[in-house]
Write a protein that binds this ligand. Structure first.
Ligand code: GLV
Ligand code: MN
Ligand code: MN
Ligand code: MN
Length: 423
């Protein structure tokens, strides 16, 4: 292995950063909201157009394309030893409403440029190198993130997928069929030996690399995400006629719970516990009517799973107490509750060695955001490479990563893919 690494160090790789930048800009056009906002939700026309564009780019490079029953896209550069487990890389191209153009996409277009750079250098892989574009990393449409990677690794089984409904009561099956994905769900899960290793390139979505002037971050672990849906149901009524002491206002129950979630996070006394009430829908949502329904989407994360679970329990018991005190009905649904993931030590080392060989400064770090790599890591050796983004901003339209930062990430990725695919 070490021999290959020394040899990979002598590769003369050149990354075309301006091409990556222009392809990212082209991708941004596929959005349901006007620039600079990006909104690209699973199986909408914008999502399908973005997939079309990516498939076109992959085809231009002669990659072998396959799509599974839910639209995970695999674009493979076959190695000399085509039957050996492949080296995977990639990320997602969907975008939450009113977000930016770098989250996910950098790891897709960047992976393609890494392959192009390797091809230009004359490199030929032994193991195949495969780009994987994950379906629905974001939870927007069906309420649960990382659909593609959950299905690929068997965390979500076909029956679980069939139960998913969007806000319009369109089933996941109806939605994927309408998007042209009609294969059997049973064929999605990857075999244990499918990948020999997987590397995801992504913007940091936090401020540490930029603050430290560090070129690349090597992710050693991904924090554990969980999501709750809490509903409160009161009687509602006329905003003028219904006296205060007779009300059981669903919004006020929800508002109280939102405040309690913040308290629950802060009470842990660590920066690693974070809780967000990211959605709050009320009905009938009209100014002269006492809210009858409230539905909260609550996101809970921690690098420590037990502490994360204890916060979940506190929120669930507060919800019950508030419901009793305010005489409303309530329900709690745990949408997902996932374990954290550790990166594979040998891939962390491979990434660090690449950074060293390229004279890039690097730092080990934890990913507080989740990624498809969280699930891929449970089945295959996995690691992530972060690049700095401006002010740590993400999930906002002003999300930005410089061409230089992206180019360095792509170069380190290409270098690492070369080493991993050489034997
Ligand atoms: C992914 O987008 C996340 O919410 O961490
Ligand atoms: Mn995201
Ligand atoms: Mn992402
Ligand atoms: Mn070093």
């Amino acid at each position: 292995v070490v021999e290959n690494w020394v040899w990979a160090a002598s590769l003369r790789l050149e990354v075309d950063g301006s091409r990556v930048e222009s392809e990212l800009k082209e991708l941004r056009r596929f959005s349901d909201t006007a620039a600079p906002d990006v909104t690209r939700i699973l199986y909408t026309q914008s999502d399908l157009d973005a997939r079309d564009y990516l498939r076109r780019l992959f085809k231009e490079e002669g990659l072998v394309i396959r799509e599974d029953a839910i639209g995970n896209i695999f674009a493979r550069w076959p190695g000399k030893s085509a039957d050996s487990p492949a080296i995977g890389t990639g990320s997602h191209c969907d975008a939450i409403p009113f977000s930016g153009m770098y989250d996910g996409t950098v790891g897709v277009v960047g992976a393609l440029e890494a392959i192009r750079a390797l091809k230009r250098s004359g490199f030929r892989p032994v193991r195949s190198i495969e780009i994987l574009v994950f379906t629905s990393e974001e939870p927007t449409r069906f309420g649960i993130g990382c659909l593609g990677s959950r299905a690929l690794t068997g965390v979500l089984k076909p029956l679980d997928l069939m139960k998913l409904l969007d806000v319009n009561n369109t089933s996941f099956d109806q939605a994927r069929f309408a998007a042209g994905y009609t294969d059997k769900l049973e064929n999605i899960e990857l075999s244990e030996s499918y990948y020999d290793g997987f590397i995801e390139l992504h913007i940091e979505q936090g401020p540490e690399l930029e603050k430290g002037g560090i070129d690349v971050g090597v992710v050693t672990a991904i924090a554990a995400p969980a999501q709750l849906e809490v509903t409160f149901k009161g009687d509602g009524g006329h905003a003028g006629a219904l006296l205060m002491h007779l009300r059981n206002d669903a919004l006020l129950a929800g508002a109280e719970l939102a405040i309690e979630t913040e308290k629950a996070a802060l009470a842990k006394g660590t920066r690693d516990t974070v809780v967000t009430t990211g959605s709050f829908d009320i009905a009938p949502n009209t100014v002269n009517s006492v809210p009858r329904h409230a539905k909260l989407g609550i996101d809970v994360r921690d690098i420590d799973e037990q502490r994360r679970d204890s916060v979940l329990e506190i929120i669930i018991s507060r919800a019950a107490e508030i419901a009793t005190a305010r005489r409303v009905e309530h329900s709690v649904r745990v949408l997902n509750k996932d374990s954290p993931a550790d990166s594979a030590v040998e891939l962390v080392r491979a990434l660090e060695d690449s950074a060293d060989q390229l004279n890039f400064s690097h730092q080990r770090m934890v990913s507080r955001a989740y990624h498809d790599s969280l699930f891929i890591a449970a089945k295959f050796p996995t690691a992530m490479l972060f690049i700095p983004c401006r002010d740590g901003i993400s999930h906002r339209p002003d999300e930005y990563a410089s061409e230089e930062a992206i180019s360095k990430g792509v170069l380190a990725l290409a270098h690492t893919l070369a080493k991993l695919s050489s034997a």
